[in-house]
Unconditional design. Structure first.
Lengths: 567, 159
């Protein structure tokens, strides 16, 4: 059957079971948009291409599926770069289709031409420029496969206008599913060795990352940790992969990790890292990171192992396979842990938890941002899908909203992209229309993609924005307070719009309070409103995120609050 | 820290931006490519790249993993010179002077360099040698009036 390039694109999207795409039309993609008009695929029209990529990313994180975007050439394509880099750092499977000028114009500095494959080469998992219609089918299929296989990531496919307008033979029969490449088959001895190392350990800790969420390994992880009574800490990306209400949960590790997580990792004799890449926000000073411990590192991406932290045993495997295999061995061998063997270690951790819990003080005056998040947690019973912006709002969310399920915490971890939360919430709400989706935002970040409020209204998406408004770029201000003698250089954001009026202008419900007594009722009102709602909470302007590990310090050397450090 | 030279042999897809991806993957992480040789293999869809870089064992390990991650890279081999033959080729242009004319003639003869071009003022010789040898030959030739040279960089093949 002869089909046009544009038709082939939508045929394959159908085969890949894509029902929602996020995009923005333009000259180079007019033919594709004309074809879209004839399909029943849902297109979410954003207000800026960066929003399209973040929305597709939020959609992917909430659903576990590949997120898809469609934008035009030139500025449409360059506007996606921040979103693509965000997804790349957090290993989120996306396929981004960009329009391109006709092939005979490429290289001529044509109108709205740019070398987007060149620009995104370092921030995609892979990218393609389709120069020939005969390569189109195979390229798009490959793009989906690459995006979701192994360590997932964004794939960009650049589609020249003339290629998409030309015809070729299309085989409607979808190809047989490619077998996932398994580059490494760990030997049984490797697994034996892992169990033996655990048997010998007195103070084991599991440190899990986004790989558990992406690899769908939460059930296996939870069974494994509970069976062997190993306490679990997580990186930001790992939140929700292990139940946040489980007694074995230690909270987040690292720069703003809990006292007890950081102390556990510092004092462990066996650290089992799964699906985490150990960046500087997690490890801080490497010499002090689990320095007395044996380290096991399991990751699907070989290049993440021993990149920063030297390990005693490396296992290149996806988390689900590895943990599933270990659980099976445990069952077959009736391997179990005598609770008495762990009791000293678990008691020690319990002491740390009691000594230094996460804390803040809510007086009857100004609203503490942590209080808002805690109330939101209580009112939603921890069941909301939470997106965040980046900065203090993100860290307080990580600390005070206890995620029990994977895919419920959606945040830009690696790149730390301000402006991520609102479009990501829109994408998540598209994936999960019946769930409550809340973006916990700061007044700086929210203004970076605030135009997407219009998208939410157009799509009838009842997302909520909980704005923790302190009139500062709060995290930068906190660093200036601690390390730059309170010289608040360019972090004061008090000149800001009236967020309530702005929300109303976009067709949202806008609410505002500066009273702690009203926090609960206002959150209740927002949750009960079947429309998008923004609540502008005027919070304590100079509240900080604690504990905090100063850059360059060991993770056990925490500042617990502005006037108190660890011994 | 020991910063040894390492030779890496790659089989890659013979496609327009593959070299850019490889250079970008290494350059983006701060690793320098010191020499590079690229050519299609007998199978025109596949190219062979021989590159050399410098670093300690950990660096080499990271480079190997980074290259393995690239979709268009088919195979990565860190070259162990115990198992490989290594050569490079240089074209050297030498100004003929009365002072060194006789010495040059003797060297060309004894080292079996091939004269590929000659006129009254200049000659160009083709020299094949392994890397260390080549370094020595080039410093010797510069004393005999070499004005310019072009060097292929290391190429290797497994024994």
């Amino acid at each position: 059957m002869k089909l046009k390039g544009t038709q082939i694109l939508f045929e394959i999207l159908k085969q890949e079971k894509v029902d929602t795409i996020f995009g923005y039309p333009g000259g180079a993609v007019l033919d594709i948009y004309d074809e879209l008009y004839k399909t029943d695929i849902r297109h979410v029209l954003v207000r800026h291409e960066q929003g399209a990529v973040h929305a597709a990313d939020g959609y992917a994180r909430a659903s576990g599926k590949v997120g898809v975007c469609l934008v035009t050439s030139g500025p449409g394509a360059t506007n996606t770069v921040t979103g693509v880099a965000t997804a790349n750092m957090d290993s989120i499977p996306l396929v981004v289709f960009t329009g391109q000028v006709a092939t005979h114009l490429i290289g001529n500095d044509a109108f709205q031409e740019c070398d987007i494959t060149g620009i995104t080469r370092p921030c995609t998992k892979h990218n393609f420029l389709v120069r020939n219609i005969d390569d189109l089918t195979e390229t798009i299929r490959k793009a989906f496969w690459i995006a979701r296989s192994g360590r997932p990531g964004p794939v960009l496919v650049d589609l020249p206008k003339n290629v998409m307008a030309s015809e070729t033979e299309f085989n409607t029969e979808p190809p047989k599913r490619r077998k996932m490449d398994v580059a490494y088959e760990p030997t049984p001895e490797t697994y034996d060795e892992i169990l033996e190392m655990i048997r010998q350990a007195k103070r084991p800790v599991l440190m899990i990352g986004g790989g558990i969420v992406l690899g769908g390994a939460s059930t296996e992880l939870t069974a494994f940790a509970r069976k062997l009574q190993i306490p679990v800490t997580g990186t930001l990306m790992g939140l929700g992969a292990f139940p946040g209400t489980d007694p074995l949960w230690l909270g987040m590790v690292g720069m703003h990790g809990t006292y007890y997580a950081n102390m556990s990792v510092t004092n462990t004799d066996l650290l089992i890292i799964i699906g985490a890449r150990c960046d500087d926000r997690v490890t801080s000073k490497l010499d002090c990171f689990a320095c007395g411990a044996k380290i096991i590192h399991v990751d699907v991406d070989e290049s993440s192992i021993e990149k920063n932290v030297a390990v005693d045993l490396a296992l290149v495997s996806d988390a689900k396979r590895a943990l599933g295999h270990l659980n099976k061995m445990i069952e077959e061998r009736h391997y179990s842990i005598n609770p008495a063997e762990r009791s000293d270690w678990l008691n020690q951790i319990q002491d740390w938890k009691q000594q230094e819990p996460l804390r803040y003080e809510q007086t009857d005056k100004v609203i503490k941002p942590q209080y808002v998040i805690e109330k939101l947690y209580e009112l939603t019973k921890g069941e909301a899908i939470i997106t965040t912006e980046v900065g203090q709002n993100q860290m307080w969310t990580a600390q005070f909203y206890h995620f029990d399920r994977p895919h419920a915490f959606i945040s830009s971890g690696g790149l730390g992209t301000m402006g991520y939360g609102l479009p990501a919430a829109i994408g998540a709400q598209c994936a999960l229309p019946d769930k409550l989706v809340v973006d916990i935002a700061g007044d700086g970040s929210i203004q970076m993609n605030i135009q997407e409020m219009a998208t939410a209204v157009q799509q009838n998406l009842p997302v909520k924005v909980v704005l923790l408004n302190n009139g500062f770029l709060g995290m930068v201000r906190q660093w200036q307070e601690l390390f730059y003698e309170k010289r608040y250089s360019q972090t004061d954001m008090t000149h800001q719009p009236d967020f309530v009026k702005l929300a109303e202008a976009y067709g949202w419900v806008g609410l505002r309070t500066d009273s702690a007594a009203e926090v609960e009722s206002m959150l209740k009102q927002a949750i009960a409103t079947p429309r998008p709602v923004l609540i502008d909470f005027h919070v304590d302007r100079e509240e900080g995120v604690y504990p905090m590990v100063r850059p360059g310090a060991g993770i056990n050397e925490m500042t617990l609050c502005p006037w108190r450090k660890c011994d | 820290m020991e910063r040894k030279e390492h030779i890496i042999s790659l089989l890659v897809k013979n496609e327009p931006d593959v070299l850019a991806r490889i250079a970008g993957a290494l350059g983006g992480k701060g690793y320098n490519i010191e020499s590079l040789c690229v050519n299609a293999t007998a199978d025109y869809r596949v190219s062979k790249i021989i590159l050399t870089t410098r670093g300690n064992a950990a660096t080499l390990n990271r480079i190997e993993k980074l290259l393995n991650k690239l979709i268009d890279v088919i195979q990565v081999d860190v070259v162990n010179l115990d198992r490989f033959v290594q050569k490079e080729l240089t074209l050297a242009k030498i100004k003929i002077s009365d002072e060194f004319r006789a010495k040059l003639a003797v060297d060309i003869d004894s080292y079996k360099w091939k004269v590929v071009w000659l006129d009254g003022d200049y000659l160009i010789v083709e020299v094949t040698a392994d890397k260390d040898e080549m370094d020595k030959i080039l410093s010797h030739l510069s004393e005999l009036g070499m004005v310019e040279y072009t060097r292929t960089g290391t190429i290797v093949i497994e024994r």
